[in-house]
Unconditional design. Sequence first.
Lengths: 241, 176
Amino acid sequence: MKPEDAARLLQAYADGELDPAASLEMEAALAASPALRAALERTRAMSAAIREKADYHAAPAGLAARIGRSLPDRPARRTSRWIFAAAAAGIAALALVPFLIRPVAQDRLAEELIASHGRATVGQRMMDVASSDLHTVKPWLSARLPYSPPVVDLAAKGFPLAGGRVDYIDGKPVAVLVYMRRKHTIEAFVWPEDSGRAVWQTRTGLNIQSFAAEGMRYWLVSDLAAEELREFAALLRASTS
Amino acid sequence: MADRRARFEQLVLPHLDAAYNLARWLTRNDHDAEDVVQDAMLRAYRFCDALRGEARPWLLAIVRNTCFTWLRANRPADLAGAAEDLAEAASPAEGPEALAARELDRRLLNEAIAALPAQFREVLVLRELEDLAYKDIARVVDAPIGTVMSRLSRARRLLADSMRVITRASRPRIHE
């Protein structure tokens, strides 16, 4: 690799954007040039400083709701009139719908949770409030949500609380509590909901578990082994009720 | 229509933070960012049926275009920046006092990013804060990957230069 090419492609290398062949050439060029190595260090340091220190401007609370209200076709408006006329004919069919769509809806929800988990892990934005103190995490979440999620610390049982964030799931903002188990993270998505069945799934290396307790629906997403996640679910359930 | 709304809520709305972050960095103002994002989300909703592939770059491209349209109409001076084809400085003058990036002051760094010309600021934000791949950045800013690469490297160089100047200027002067 010519020196001018190496200088030009250095940032792409630092960003992990070179193909394997070019990366090898770059590594040879780096081995031969202390100046190039110093430049790589500077690039990496600058990149790390920006990621760590530049402001990430998350959308203000309430913006999602305002956008939702501004969309042109709110379903309720159009359905309210004719739904009564159609009621007699359709009610029997409609009554079946929840049973028919539930698995699909639940699948979709699981997809969303996995996507949220993935974004948080990859983007390293797992927690907007990083604290093991439930008296910090709970008020932070309550201030940003229309409900107050139960927050418990399970450090004594080997699952310390690490923090929380607010995410957008199924069209509404929800609380996400982040717990640790050794090097693994467990994300607990929590929102108010009374009913629903317990669900257990495994997908793409992640375990997902859901249960309802004390008027709240919990969805747990983790790369933790199934058994340990079950143990965590049982502890969480016991401590919130 | 209900389908479209569901699709929008599942695929597009989860990227609201990314949309806002980009708009906020481009408009440099909360109030304007909110207006632009609302407008962009409405557009995204209208074109939601045409969404193929990943939603985040798709949405960010809409947000970015809405931002630029808005800036052109309301604050054209913000878009006058460094000319695209300014020859890149062959080798940045990195003295022995090379930047200790770890010690950079948070506020000064944010100000320096905000002061970058828009076309450099946006690639930097998309790369470092949204962690987009070059091909996705290219899609958002509607430019070839080669252009993304050179803008990004120029953005980092400009930022390093301005931080060096700021750091030097803010150092206490003992001999005065």
